[in-house]
Write a protein that binds this ligand. Structure first.
Ligand SMILES: [Zn+2]
Length: 508
């Protein structure tokens, strides 16, 4: 057989060669062109022949329209190749693949390709992907080579007619997606992001969000993945990037409570917001890296809702954003976000102290103040109680308790504090301070002045059952007036401390 005839034969049977790398034809072809590398993984190379360039230029058709049938899994790259029935595999973390040295599908198989390593698959992939993988049938005898099949035909066999209609469909799809493509962000603005102090994975996430490259549910659904396209946080609209970042009621509340105090109502897309945020003279490096950390915390919380069935809690996301900032921005400026409500007492992240605050108002006598500071294990660092002369309202007493607690926290040397009150009105005033005409304004302004002494300070709202320690101390303040306990509480309060520790146990 002359070489010319061979090339003709190959061009006529390209799919056959491509899909069955072990076939005789493929072996001959491989012998001619690539004695050492797999045909499917072959590169175009330098000065390719006409026949090879034609074959190579249509390789994408096979890659997208064809799907790998898993035999021994040795030919198939876990991340790059198309081998799952519905879209690309969703991995918990890229680091896992590196850590566990998983490259090809064969790394997920046991006993020579006869069964899936279920434990490993469930450890590495999100539930939907793991389910897809584990339902792929394997040969009970093993030793079968991987092969490509054409997904658009019943028997898996490719024909040029099927290929043609696939290319036509693909063109139509890419035209619609091209019209949705975002306008690029000017290079000088991107530099602000890359140069910021935020950790690299936060920057990368922002870039992927900006370019609409995140696997949000709506885009997965449009790509034919069987998922519910609605937002996992609010369930009200389809989950697209701009909904998640800007319009979702849950994330809106997070952004508002966050230190940047962002109001996002006026923006319709993430690129539009970012353009303005970055171009803004005020968006210094601190603000940019805070936004990046917060975005990451938001995305992470969204993933936990989907993959770990954890509820979305503004409080938790804010604290996580703060943790990420600590990693990247040791010189972060003090700020005082107001954090959403929780029902029971929860532990602060390591490195932060939680200070619960309460005021107990009596119209006919002295009012009581109580506070308790605890660490990430729920252990008491300090507690205190005091009385104040007749105050004019319950709200004023709560504000006084807050100011008194912040002052105490400063004298106790705490620098990273999340305050917590069970007074909703006070919490709302913290978010939107009054304009200075009454005593409340004075007390709150004092608080904000005090805030400058902290590296981090926030105020969250917890319902009464989450504030029992401070509440007890405030109600019984007259018998404890002026007491400060270090690393202990009065014996009758210990039950409440223990109850909070138990209620806030991390899930096992
Ligand atoms: Zn939503």
């Amino acid at each position: 057989m002359r070489i010319k005839d061979l090339i003709y034969l190959v061009a006529k049977n390209w799919w056959e060669i491509y899909s069955h790398p072990e076939s005789l034809l493929a072996q001959i072809f491989k012998g001619v062109y690539f004695p050492k590398v797999s045909l499917v993984k072959a590169k175009k190379g330098w000065r390719p022949s006409y026949a090879w360039s034609s074959i190579w230029s249509t390789k994408w058709v096979f890659e997208r329209g064809g799907r790998w049938k898993i035999g021994d899994g040795r030919q198939v790259d876990v991340r790059r190749d198309n081998w799952l029935p519905h879209g690309s595999p969703i991995i918990y973390s890229e680091d896992l693949l590196v850590e566990l040295n998983i490259n090809n599908v064969s790394d997920l198989l046991l006993s020579q390709g006869r069964m899936w390593n279920r434990e490993l698959v469930e450890h590495v992939f999100c539930p939907n992907t793991a389910l897809q993988i584990l339902s792929l049938p394997l040969s009970v005898h093993g030793g079968v080579a991987d092969s490509l099949f054409w997904t658009g035909s019943i028997d898996g066999v490719y024909s040029s007619k099927l290929g043609y209609s696939f290319i036509k469909d693909h063109d139509a799809r890419s035209q619609t997606s091209a019209s949705l493509a975002v306008s690029p962000l000017p290079a000088n603005l991107w530099k602000k992001i890359w140069k910021s102090n935020a950790i690299p994975r936060c920057k990368e996430l922002a870039w992927r969000a900006f370019c609409s490259l995140l696997p949000v549910r709506d885009s997965l659904w449009r790509r034919g993945v069987e998922v519910d396209p609605t937002c996992p946080l609010c369930g009200e609209e389809n989950e697209i990037v701009s909904h998640l970042w800007l319009n979702c009621p849950m994330s809106k509340c997070f952004w508002f409570a966050y230190s940047l105090g962002l109001r996002l109502d006026s923006f319709s897309s993430l690129p539009e917001f970012l353009l303005q945020f970055l171009a803004d003279a005020d968006a210094d490096d601190g603000a940019i890296s805070r936004w990046l950390s917060a975005s990451y915390a938001l995305w992470e919380a969204r993933n936990k809702v989907i993959f770990q069935d954890r509820p979305f809690s503004c409080d938790v996301v804010l604290q996580r954003a703060f943790q990420l900032e600590l990693v990247d921005d040791p010189t972060s400026t003090p700020f005082h976000p107001a954090i959403e409500q929780a029902v029971s007492w929860c532990r602060p992240p390591q490195g932060l102290f939680k200070v619960n605050v309460d005021g107990s108002w009596r119209s006919d006598s002295t009012s009581g103040l109580g506070m308790a500071a605890r660490n990430h294990e729920g252990l008491i660092l300090a507690a205190a109680a005091d009385v104040v002369e007749r105050t004019s309202s319950a709200l004023e007493t709560e504000a006084l308790a807050l100011r008194w607690s912040i002052g105490l926290a400063i004298s106790l040397g705490f620098r990273r504090v999340c305050l917590e009150t069970d007074c909703l009105k006070l919490f709302q005033l913290w978010k939107k301070p009054p304009d200075g005409r009454n005593y409340l304004a004075t007390i709150l302004n004092d608080c904000f002045q005090y805030c400058r002494s902290f590296d981090f300070i926030s105020l969250s709202f917890v319902r009464r059952p989450g504030n029992t320690v401070a509440d007890y101390l405030a109600r019984h303040a007259s018998s404890f007036a002026g007491c400060v306990w270090i690393e202990e509480v009065p014996p009758e309060v210990e039950t409440f401390v223990t109850a909070d520790i138990l209620a806030s146990m991390p899930p096992v």
